[in-house]
Design a protein around this ligand. Structure first.
Ligand code: ZN
Length: 344
């Protein structure tokens, strides 16, 4: 259980049958209290939807923890903005947080006969938007200088006016007073594409190597891909540093059990392309990006290419070499602190 009892009661019993003006005002007030407004509207089947999203992600977790799979997928999950007592950013249930809480409870047998140790978990978020709900849920969760069992790492775009506008979205400095080295936030500039991702990935790899996670939860929001209406990043699906390349590294090179979750993405044909391609990577049977889209009802939406690929556009990458160097230095420092706390 992560959400407050009041929020769970409210969201699972949503009914909109008020008739008088006074009732309507009270309903509006109650909805606003729990974030049910603006980009989190009431819709038909909302209580069931929240139960299904949470249940699907937790079922995927179970297949990993019970040894039925090395990679589990819930493309309807990845609702990384939901908060303890509030919906936010079209996220009504914090399935990422629920998955992490379940994985943190796992005990891993020790090879030398000593008592089982707590599982180590890495949450990595590739969505265009900051994973505020997840970062805030686990801020300072690794008490004192103890060996860390959970690290959250969000790669995202942050700028004035870009949702969610919270101070935690800024570039982490693990040495700043009051900082939590295990809550890692890396904003990337407009026009971020494969080259910037390939560069930042070196630091991501070092954090992963320091933590040696048993489980990785990878949020694969597709709103950073070129062609998304958010139009902030210029990321490609294929190629070195592309979304597919990152997911391939995690699923097929890191050697830990992996939960793939969905996330944002507002160009529906491109989201379908991305999650189809990522599924083929997880299956170790990667589709060719030249593959033709099969004929189906939505086929015309895949014009003009009618192929699987989501190539980069022409936007210029506004990350400077100096900034990318700073990111690498900060991630190296996180890796160093993790290693120190693990007694290495
Ligand atoms: Zn997003």
């Amino acid at each position: 259980m992560y959400h407050s009892n009041d929020y769970v009661d409210f969201i699972t019993n949503l009914a909109n049958s008020s008739s008088t003006a006074a009732d309507k005002e009270e309903t509006r007030r109650r909805h606003a209290e729990f974030g049910i407004e603006e980009d989190c509207p009431v819709f038909r089947g909302l209580p069931e939807y929240t139960r299904l999203v949470a249940g699907a992600t937790l079922t995927a977790v179970k297949t990993l923890t019970e040894g039925q799979a090395d990679v589990a997928i819930c493309w309807d999950g990845g609702r990384h903005h939901a908060q303890k007592a509030r919906a936010s950013g079209f996220c009504y249930v914090a399935d990422c947080v629920l998955a992490l809480l379940a994985l943190k409870r796992v005990r891993v047998p020790s090879p030398d006969g000593t008592p089982p140790r707590r599982a180590r978990v890495l949450y990595l978020d590739l969505d265009l938007h900051f994973a505020d709900g997840v970062a805030q849920a686990f801020l300072h969760a690794n008490a004192g200088g103890a060996a860390p069992t959970l690290v959250t790492l969000s790669l995202h775009h942050a700028a004035p006016g870009v949702f969610p506008a919270v101070p935690l979205a800024a570039l982490s400095d693990a040495d700043a007073p009051g900082a939590d080295a295990c809550t890692v936030c890396v904003p990337l500039a407009r026009g971020t594409g494969n080259a910037a991702f390939a560069r930042v990935w070196r630091g991501v790899e070092r954090v992963r190597a320091a933590l040696r996670p048993d489980f990785v939860v990878l949020q694969c929001g597709a709103d950073g891909l070129a062609g998304d209406p958010c139009a902030l990043w210029n990321w490609a699906l294929g190629g070195e540093g592309g979304l597919g390349w990152c997911v391939d590294r995690v699923c097929n090179a890191w050697g830990c059990k992996t939960l793939l979750l969905g996330g944002g993405g507002y160009n529906s044909p491109n989201v379908a392309r991305a999650w189809t391609y990522l599924t083929s990577i997880a299956l170790r049977q990667p589709l060719s990006l030249d593959s033709d889209i099969p004929d189906h009802n939505a086929f015309p939406l895949y014009a003009p290419s009618f192929t699987l690929d989501v190539p980069a556009g022409n936007a210029q990458d506004q990350n400077t070499e100096e900034y990318l160097q700073t990111v690498e230095t900060r991630l190296d420092r996180v890796a160093e602190i993790i290693r120190q706390r693990m007694g290495e």
